[in-house]
Write a protein that binds this ligand. Structure first.
Ligand code: HEC
Length: 96
């Protein structure tokens, strides 16, 4: 039980730190806002992954999109995020 609360405290702290870093870089781009508020806490500031979520930098767009539709178990479905935004997020995390 102790270990779980340590992990959660760590995730919480990291998400605040990364959140502030992202805040500084945030532009008017809506997909950046989406990434920051819906993905960053688990997948890291650049999709590199954290304790809570895997690295998502090396996926094909098809695989990336599929994860949004169904949800993957530990991650909810993000079916409501429009396709064009998903593509932008994919480009961002995979440096395309
Ligand atoms: C609550 C933490 C959490 C959040 C928030 C979250 N994810 Fe995930 N995500 C996960 C976990 C955990 C997995 C792996 C699930 C599995 O394998 O069952 C995953 C899987 C994925 C995958 C598939 C990875 C693969 O190898 O197939 C993609 C793509 C992905 N996430 C993108 C995103 C994006 C983009 C967002 C924001 C819209 C997001 N995730 C938000 C935790 C999260």
């Amino acid at each position: 039980m102790k270990r779980i609360s340590v992990i959660f405290t760590l995730i919480f702290t990291l998400s605040i730190v990364f959140g502030q870093i992202a805040e500084r870089n945030a532009s008017a781009k809506p997909w950046k806002y989406i990434y920051k508020h819906h993905c960053l806490s688990c997948h890291g500031s650049k999709g590199q992954g954290t304790l809570a979520g895997p690295n998502i930098k090396k996926l094909t767009l098809k695989k990336f999109r599929a994860a949004f539709k169904v949800g993957t178990g530990a991650m909810q479905s993000y079916y409501y995020i429009p396709k064009s935004k998903i593509t932008s997020i994919w480009k961002f995390v995979s440096n395309k």
